[in-house]
Design a binder for this molecule. Sequence first.
Ligand code: MLT
Ligand code: MN
Ligand code: ZN
Length: 310
Amino acid sequence: MKILVLGSGAGGGFPQWNCNCTLCAGQRHGRVQARPRTQSSIAVSDDGEHWALLNASPDLGHQLRSQPQLQPRHGTRHTPIAAVLLMDAQIDHAAGLLSLREGPPIELYCTPCVFDDLNTGLPLLPALQHYCGVRPHLLPVAGSRSEADFEIDGLPGLRWQALAIPGKAPPYSPHRHAPAVGDNIALHIEDRRSGRSLFYAPGLAAVGPREQAWMQAASCVMVDGTFWTEDEMPHAGLGAKTAAEMGHLPQCGQAGRPGMLQALDRLDGPRKVLIHINNSNPILDEAGPERQALARHGIEVAFDGMEIEL
Ligand code: MLT
Ligand code: MN
Ligand code: ZN
């Protein structure tokens, strides 16, 4: 299985267009050693010819322009993108669907919750019916069903499992304050030939025993790296919301709430990668002490253009 990181940043990317924080301004003016990042999305393939997009970021047009493996190869109009899977309905993960409107109907894999949100609070799907059209494939993760196995046409070499995880519905969702199973999912993707697998969860609010077991079963985990600390945004004067209020587990824990570092420390074997890094997170600074701490824990930070083969 081939994995391409198209975007490794959280909502707004890095540097964020309107942000003058130490990291964003430092990156812009060369004072901080940090790569720019577009909003998070990865692409996965079993053969390098057919690809599934995991989330469609608002930066998708730019990401496809800079990624030759996802560009047209045959005839006058063509795309190697066979399917789009959504982990949630957040703007930074779904708005890129609009950038696919010139192509064939979008084979869209998402939960019923996400499908509803994209038909109501953020009606991208009805709008797209006037362009390429969307063929929905609903993943039965809803109500009492928290896991589902599924297949994707065009990628027969991969075995897919979706799993409901703790998180939040988007701020615009009609049920933002009534969380439901299927608002947020993680994926476990196994390559049938190599037997190796990826656990992908760019938004993950907590790692309970279930999530921990799924992560341990994977060859590589690529998980929520949004924040270093719980109150990073309010502390830097960048916003009122804490990590928990936004549905993210910070790397550093607090009393009674172990952080992502502790969850990853418990894993024995899998390659560990953080993705969906917010522009406020000090791990963006490649020369900073937080990045050195990650290295001591054996944790990598995804970057735009990163490639992983499993
Ligand atoms: C989030 O995951 O909370 C987002 O990155 C917020 C956003 O898209 O603005
Ligand atoms: Mn996000
Ligand atoms: Zn910033």
